[in-house]
Design a protein around this ligand. Structure first.
Ligand code: DGL
Length: 289
């Protein structure tokens, strides 16, 4: 049986939350690239992030992927059109799936988006939500990424920081806001903590989950059922695929390859937390520049 080859790109280990959500829903060969030597992206310019992301795209395309998922919110927010233009395979980012899910859930048509500085400054989520008819208040929460990487998931300091950020966001957002969008790869890990802080009526949208759903749909409908659209696969590979391939249990049929641009040991250590399973092998990649 031939499975789709899905490339997943992130600035580091955070995108493993997206990989986890996808691999729970979809059998595939997953090739995950974490640009750990150059993170964080959340404080960098659009120009720099686009250059890094396009380098990673080229690397993953060289591994013969059928589809590329930009798991990094910052890279999607700052450089999605440029990555898409540079890629030769279909590309899925995390912003539109997260916005679509928020729009589906919101009754009051008002949302709060929490993200990195760069994602907030780009207003990519605000614009995407506006296209769905929602008013948005965006709030940068730069301390969350280092706190999560430190493993302080259920920690009094993280809780205190979260209470301050969310109190500010809630004070500035329209009072009727009823959706909180977690617009950063790291935030799903503190979703239970955030749930305790935000008002009960507020729904939390995890863009990792929303993206996984979109990718599953594309693979089942576009790539698998219409193999000619999968530009990255060889003709022989495409002809072997059937719609049934997508219906196999994800747990039985999925493989993972991991690539990192910095220490593979550190990647392995953090990966276990983000992916919820042990990662034994990581290849080091040097993209230069
Ligand atoms: N992956 C980034 C994001 O989702 C967070 C980490 C970083 O700043 O590189 O925005």
């Amino acid at each position: 049986m031939t499975l789709p080859r899905i490339g997943v790109f992130d600035s580091g280990v955070g995108g493993l939350t997206v990989l986890k959500a996808m691999s729970e829903q979809l059998p595939a060969h997953y090739l995950y690239f974490g640009d750990t030597a150059r993170l964080p992206y959340g404080t960098k310019s659009a120009e720099t992030v686009a250059r890094y992301a396009i380098g990673a795209t080229r690397f993953l395309e060289a591994q013969n992927i059928d589809l590329l998922v930009i798991a990094c919110n910052t890279a999607t927010a700052l450089a999605f059109p440029r990555i898409k233009d540079a890629a030769h395979v279909p590309v899925v980012g995390v912003v539109e799936p997260g916005a679509a899910m928020a729009a589906e859930l919101s009754k009051s048509r008002a949302a709060i988006v929490i993200a990195t500085e760069a994602t907030v400054s780009s207003h990519a989520y605000r614009d995407a939500l506006q296209r769905h008819g929602l008013t948005t208040h965006e709030k940068a929460c730069p301390l969350f990424v280092p706190l999560v990487e430190e493993g302080w998931i259920e920690h009094p300091v993280t809780e205190q920081v979260a209470r301050i950020y969310l109190a500010e966001a809630l004070a500035q957002a329209p009072e009727r806001a009823d959706v909180l969008v977690l617009a950063c790869t790291h935030y799903p890990l503190i979703a239970p903590l955030l749930r305790r802080i935000v008002p009960e009526h507020m729904q939390i949208v995890d863009s990792a989950e929303s993206t996984a759903r979109v990718v599953k749909k594309i693979i089942e409908k576009d790539v698998i059922c219409h193999p000619e659209r999968s530009e990255g696969a060889s003709a022989a590979e495409r002809s072997r695929r059937t719609p049934m391939d997508a219906k196999v249990s994800p747990a039985e049929h999925r493989t993972f390859r991991f690539y990192a641009t910095d220490s593979t040991d550190k990647f392995k250590r953090l990966a276990t937390r983000f992916l919820g399973r042990q990662v034994d092998h990581v290849e080091h990649v040097d993209l230069g520049g």
